[in-house]
Write a protein that binds this ligand. Structure first.
Ligand SMILES: [Zn+2]
Length: 317
C-alpha cells in the first residue's frame, strides 16, 4: 500500500506524505515547516491550506475537511483531527484489502485552539513518536496551565516582564488563548501575530492580544518564538519556555529559559501507547522517535519497526 522513497509514499495513489521537497502530489498533515514544501498540488484540510499558502505563497490545493472521504487514485482518503495545531490532520487511506493511518504530529486530549484528535482503527499505523520514552510523561494539562499562570502572576507581581517562548504556529496561539482566558493580555512577536490573524479569520478567537511594538503594558505577557532574541528594551525579562521537553529538569538551561513548563502539542509516552491501543493495528511503523520505542513495542508483543532512519530530534516540540 505504501513504500519509502526518501519519505512515505502511498504507492497506488502516487501520493507523497509530508515531504519537505517539492512533489507533484503531496498530502500535508499540518503547516509546520518540517512537513511541507512548495508542491505542485497539495491535499490538506482547509485550515492547513490557508496556513500553508500564507507561509509558502499561493499554491494549488485540494481541501479535505475532516471526516469527508474522497476517492483518490484508487484509494479512499479521509482526514481526522490530530489535535496538534489548527487544521492538523491524520490521514486514513483505505483500499479493498487494507487500511493505513498516518498520524502526523498529534496529541490526545483537549486543546484551546485545535480540534481534539480522533483515532480511527486501521491495519497499518504510521505513528509519530517524538516522545517515545517513559521519561516523557507529561503532568495533567490543568496542572501545567496552573504552573504557567502562577509563574506569570509571580513575575508581574515582582515588577518583571514575563516573556513566553512559543512556536509561531500552534503553540503561540494555544498559549495566547490560555493566557487571555485567565485575564492577561498578550503582546506577540510579529511572526506569531501574523499566524494569530489567520487563526482568527478561521474562527478561532484568541482574546486580548496585539503585536508587540516596542512597549510592554501592565498585566501583559510578551510572546516570542524560541531562538528569537528577547527585545533589549524589555525591562527585566523572565523567560518561560512552554514545551514537552520541560519534563527534563535540565531542559530550561538548554532552552535558555528561566523556567520551562511542560505543555506540549505532541503526545507523551502514555498517549502514544493509548493511540496504538485505540487504532489496534496489525503492523506499526514509528517515525521521528527513539529506536528504543520500537524495542519497547516489540517487547510488548507488537509488530513494530522504524519507518526509516530516525531523523535528528528537534529541540522544541
Ligand atoms: Zn508539527
Amino acid at each position: 500500500m505504501f513504500h519509502y522513497e526518501d519519505g512515505l509514499k502511498l504507492t497506488q495513489a502516487d501520493l507523497a506524505i509530508d515531504f519537505r521537497r517539492r512533489q507533484p502530489r503531496a498530502f500535508i498533515s499540518h503547516a509546520h515547516a518540517d512537513h511541507m514544501a512548495r508542491h505542485e498540488y497539495a491535499l490538506c484540510t482547509p485550515e492547513t491550506s490557508a496556513l500553508y499558502q500564507f507561509r509558502l505563497g499561493r499554491r494549488r490545493t485540494m481541501e479535505m475537511p475532516y471526516r469527508q472521504p474522497v476517492e483518490w487514485g484508487g484509494l479512499r482518503l479521509t482526514t481526522y483531527p490530530a489535535g496538534h495545531c489548527l487544521g492538523s490532520a491524520m490521514l486514513l487511506a483505505e483500499n479493498q484489502q487494507q487500511s493505513l493511518l498516518y498520524t502526523g504530529d498529534f496529541k490526545l486530549g483537549p486543546s484551546a485552539t485545535a480540534e481534539e484528535a480522533e483515532l480511527p482503527r486501521a491495519d497499518i499505523l504510521v505513528i509519530e513518536s517524538t516522545f517515545g520514552d517513559p521519561s516523557f510523561q507529561f503532568p495533567p494539562r490543568r496542572e501545567s496551565i496552573e504552573r504557567l499562570l502562577d509563574l506569570v502572576r509571580r513575575t508581574l507581581r515582582a515588577g518583571d516582564t514575563p516573556v513566553v517562548l512559543a512556536y509561531a504556529l500552534g503553540k503561540g496561539q494555544e498559549v495566547t488563548r490560555v493566557l487571555t482566558d485567565a485575564g492577561f493580555g498578550v503582546l506577540q512577536h510579529t511572526r506569531i501575530f501574523e499566524i494569530s490573524r489567520i487563526y482568527e479569520s478561521l474562527g478561532v478567537a484568541l482574546g486580548r492580544h496585539a503585536p508587540y511594538c516596542g512597549r510592554t503594558e501592565p498585566e501583559h505577557v510578551v510572546m516570542v518564538p524560541p531562538g528569537t532574541p528577547v527585545p533589549e528594551e524589555i525591562p527585566r525579562p523572565v523567560r518561560i519556555a512552554v514545551t514537552g521537553w520541560a519534563v527534563d529538569p535540565r531542559a530550561k538551561y538548554r532552552l535558555r529559559a528561566d523556567h520551562a513548563v511542560a505543555l506540549s502539542d505532541h503526545a507523551d509516552y502514555g498517549q502514544l501507547l493509548e493511540a496504538i491501543e485505540r487504532v489496534s493495528p496489525k503492523k506499526i511503523y514509528c517515525t521521528h522517535g527513539p529506536d528504543t520505542f520500537v524495542d519497547r513495542l516489540r517487547d510488548a508483543g507488537l509488530d513494530a519497526q522504524p519507518l526509516a532512519h530516525p531523523r535528528q530530534r528537534r529541540l522544541f516540540r
